[in-house]
Ligand binder design. Structure first.
Ligand code: ATP
Ligand code: MG
Length: 391
């Protein structure tokens, strides 16, 4: 009996033509996630799952934790591998359950490997009967206290009692690149995560107004990128100086349009970075009607400067829904700390909630947009993040 972790593939099972490519990327991601803990030769697969053969049981918790961040997995199951033999299944189940207290049990067998002659129902019945006798318990197929899972695949069999829910989504990297506008607030980390979950590699762009905004805010953004890197293993963060842009806007345009003009410049700069990075889309954490700059009209006028699609995964979400996800993905505690955003600094007293495009165009005619754009892109600092770092 050898300890194993069984990983069930999520949506990729449905992906037809692309399936091979998706599986290859998922396997690569699993190997990266457990790099330094599990030898990559100890990971193989087939039949819509991967198997990790473990030696060192003492680091299992860390391995399971890291696997819980891998997009494209539906379940992470810790158990043992045994020979394809009903007697061996019984012994494995006995061992797994030996220190547990329960009154009812069920056995669920899957047999994708049809070389094994006994049908799943018969295995369920045989192992179930054995366990009921051994533990003096009853079978209950609908709401049992304990379930034993048996999977007959790859010329061996796996027995386990618990499934941990995987991260779901599509394997990181299969959908191409996006550039996400990231602040230290609650929304944009969640928006980035949601697009990452759909298989996109996210490149982060943060605008700061140093030295008028603090180093603290940048550090918060860095911590957020560090957390999100656990899901994609490798991140790039552009730190873009935004003070010159803001100064020009403050000096030369009407106060009420400031935030919309800041946003339009952010989008232009992010789009220039997208071209450089060969990304396909931009991402923001905007939600319809959440603040003055996010009314439908203002979103429309911000969109006009972009030729790339702007993905807004939170557009239809309430703040509480977003915060619940922030908690789940562990960015909440960083975002809840106060930070000074470049847009609250020099914010207008009465921001325009229903902007007029002619007025915006007129205001922008006072700005040298091209040179502000080029300067910001050229002066951006790039940082790289890698997880696990010992790889
Ligand atoms: P968040 O919680 O993401 O900051 P928010 O509800 O506070 O969002 P705004 O601050 O108006 O809304 O920002 C709207 C979106 O613009 C953000 O979700 C983010 O994508 C982008 N954004 C705002 N500030 C910055 C910044 N300093 N750097 C990069 N992107 C930013
Ligand atoms: Mg904000």
């Amino acid at each position: 009996m050898q300890p194993v972790i069984i990983l069930h593939h999520h949506e990729i099972v449905l992906k037809g033509e692309n399936r091979k490519y998706f599986e290859k990327q998922l396997l690569k991601n699993v190997r990266t996630a457990v790099g330094g803990l599990v030898n990559s030769s100890a990971i193989d697969g087939g039949y819509g799952r991967f198997i990790l053969h473990l030696d060192l049981t003492d680091i299992t918790d860390e391995i399971l934790e890291r696997l819980s961040y891998v997009f494209g997995l539906s379940n992470v199951c810790y158990g043992v591998s045994v020979e394809q033999n009903v007697e061996k299944f019984c012994q494995a189940a006995l061992k797994i359950l030996h220190d547990r207290t329960f009154k009812t049990i069920r056995v669920v067998t899957r047999r994708p490997d049809k070389n094994f002659p006994t049908r799943s129902m018969e295995v369920n019945a045989a192992v179930g009967e054995f366990l009921c006798k051994q533990f003096n318990v009853h079978a209950n197929l609908s709401e049992p206290d304990e379930t034993i899972f048996i999977e007959i695949v790859n010329g061996e069999a796996y027995v386990y009692r618990a499934k941990i829910k995987g991260a779901g989504g599509l394997p990181s990297g299969v959908s191409g690149k996006v550039v996400s506008l990231l602040s230290a607030g609650f929304d944009s980390p969640v928006a980035s995560w949601q697009i990452m979950k759909r298989g996109a590699s996210v490149i982060f762009v943060h605008f700061h107004s140093m030295p008028y905004t603090s180093q603290n805010s940048i550090d918060q953004v860095k911590q957020i990128v560090e957390i999100l890197t656990r899901y994609q293993f490798n991140s790039k963060l552009y730190l873009v100086p935004f003070l010159d842009v803001q100064n020009e806007i403050v000096l030369r345009t009407p106060q009420s349009l400031r935030v919309i003009l800041y946003r339009r410049m952010m989008i232009r700069i992010a789009e220039a970075i997208s071209r450089k990075e060969k990304a396909e889309a931009l991402v923001t954490g905007e939600a319809v009607g959440q603040v003055a700059s996010q009314t439908l009209r203002n979103i429309r006028n911000i969109d006009q400067v972009a030729t790339f699609p702007i993905l807004r995964p939170l557009s239809g979400m309430d703040k509480e829904e977003t915060i619940a996800i922030a908690r789940k993905i562990k960015t909440h505690d960083i975002s809840k700390e106060p930070y000074d955003d470049c847009c609250s600094f020099l914010a207008p007293r009465k921001p325009e909630t229903w902007s007029n495009i002619e007025k915006i165009d007129e205001a922008e005619s006072n700005l040298d947009i091209q040179s502000l754009l080029e300067k910001a892109v050229n002066e951006a600092k790039i940082e790289r993040y890698i997880f696990p770092s010992n790889n």
